[in-house]
Design a protein around this ligand. Sequence first.
Ligand code: G4P
Length: 285
Amino acid sequence: MKTIQWFPGHMAKAMRMMEDNLKLCDAVIFVLDARVPASSYNARLADMVGAKPVLYLFNKADMADGGADAAIALVRKSGKAALGVSAASSASLRPLTAAMDALVAEKRERYAQKGTTRPMRFLVAGIPNTGKSTVINLLSGGKKAQVGDRAGVTRAKQWVKCGTAELLDTPGTMPPALADQRLARRLAYVGSVNDDILDKEEVALALLEELWAKYPQRLTERYAIEGGTPLEMYEALCARRGFVLRGGEYDYTRGALALLDDFRKGRLGRVCLDSADDLKQAGLI
Ligand code: G4P
């Protein structure tokens, strides 16, 4: 499979902005995709945040299975703060604000002893498409501050109130760590690497192989796939869905798009593709 890469210029710019924003904050909410928590982590975060507390937020819990809960337990056991949420649901607001409070309790206490009572400031960070904007919306009640765009007015950082805390209204976007291509592929499945740089047919083949290893019955139920090589499974999918071109050849492109769409929309059920070993490999535990 073609190597999944990130454009170096984009990467440098994203990291610089993230560093600038970090300096303004007391703590970080690092948003992971609960379906691929190791793959959606970037260990460079640890260097960048230094001693600032981090909450590892396993988002999209509504699309993840028990594997995500096991991963959260392992991350907690390693001494980190972790929480599973579905940022798209308002039911996640209370557990999230409680976890944020706990994260900065010590620092707030230290400030109080010095007679300072300024609000604690948070940065919501993570790789693309993990749900950072959705988390900011949830926390701000959708009342994002308007950015002044009058001529001559510097685009100031905007803070949104969230209980006693404040939140930077722009997410800290980090590039994904793509050194491990096995994990990088999983980011392709969930849509966290730009589809334009991917060969969707290769992604589909790899996804079929992984799903067959872990959730075979789902492929059987949806596409009548009964096993075989990844290519045979791919062709069974195309046959089942009627993706056949005029000359009788399979329409592999439509097959790939249908599979990725089904997977991303949760029609293949709740999943967690990353194992405990993957969490270690990614540096999350
Ligand atoms: P980002 O800022 O980190 O790039 O991510 P963003 O919040 O834009 O979310 C990316 C996609 O993930 C969005 O879907 C969003 O609705 C979805 N999402 C975020 N949190 C959750 C969650 O907890 N559960 C589920 N199931 N989905 C979530 P989209 O298809 O790109 O856009 P749209 O359909 O919402 O318009």
